[in-house]
Design a protein around this ligand. Sequence first.
Ligand code: PSU
Ligand code: MN
Length: 313
Amino acid sequence: MPEHTAPRTTIPLEYGEEVREALHAGEPVVALESNVITHGLAYPDNAATAKKVEDAVRAGGAVPATICVDEGRVVVGMSEERIERFAQASGIPKVSSRDLPVVLARGGTGATTVASSVVAAELAGIPFFSSAGIGGVHRGAEASMDVSSDLIQFTRSKVAVVCAGAKMILDLRLTMEYLETQCVPVISYRSDDFPAFYCVSSGIRSPHRIDDADVVARVVENHWAAGAPGGVLVTTPPRAEDAVDRAETEAAIADALAAAERDGVSGQAITKYLMRAVDRATDGRTAEANMAVLISTAEVGGRLAAAHARLRR
Ligand code: PSU
Ligand code: MN
C-alpha cells in the first residue's frame, strides 16, 4: 500500500495498520495520548479504559490512534499488546513535547502527554486529538510559573483538541485567560460552560457554544485557512451521570494541594500526585469519573473528526 500523504519528516513514525489504511483513504482518525495509561490510571483499569476509549472513537465514526514512543520510534496506533505492555510497566517516563527529541535520539521509550501526542498527530497528518482533561495553568502559578506545555503546544501544532476542559486540580480561570491571550479558539460543543473534567461545569462560561458538528469542523478549517499556526480547543462536558460532586471534589483538591506542599512535591510530578490523592480522598469516585469522561469525550472526538473529514472531501 502506498504511503498516505502525511507531512514529510525524518522522525521515525510507525503506523498501526488500521491507522495507515484510514489515513491513506482520507478517513477520520483521532489521536489519543498514552501518558494517561502509564501515569493517569492504575493497572488494570488503565488497559481496560484505553481499549474502551478506542472503541468509543470507533463508535463516533473514526479510527483511534493511540500514540507513544517505543525504542526511538513514534508509534501512531498502538496495538492491543503494546497498550497492555505500557499499562503493566512501571518506569516508562512521561514524555512531553520538550522531551520528545531527547527520547527519540536515545532510542528510548515513553508515554506521550497531550502536548507530545499533538506533535506526533501533526507529523502523522491527523487533525484531531481527544483526551479527558488537558494540562493547564496550575493553582499558584503566579509564584511557581507552572504552566503545562499542553497549552503552549496548542499554539504550535495544527491539531484540534477535543476534551472535557482542563483537569480540575488546575486554576481553570487562569487556564482560560492563557488560551485567550495565546489566540487559541475555545469552543464548547453542546454546552454553555467550560467543563471541569470531572464536573459538567467549571462555573466559567465558554466563549463560544456550537451545537452543530459541521460548524465545529468549519471553525477548525477556518482557523487554518486564516493562517493560524496552532489548534482549536473543543470542549464537551462529562455526562451528568458520570460527573462527580463539585463541592466534595474541591475539598479533596484543597487537601491534596496542602499535602503536596507538605511533601515538597512540585513541577512535573505534581499532576499525578494530586490526581492520585484526590482519587483516594473520594474513594475512587474521581478515578471512575476520569475513566468515564475519557470514554465519552473520545466518542464525541470521533464524531467531530468524522464531520471534519466529510468537510475535506
Ligand atoms: N496525570 C493524570 N492524567 C493525565 C496526566 C497526568 O492523572 O492525563 C497528563 C496528561 O498527559 C497531560 C499532562 O498532558 O498530564 C500534563 O502534565 P503537566 O501539567 O506536567 O504538563
Ligand atoms: Mn508543569
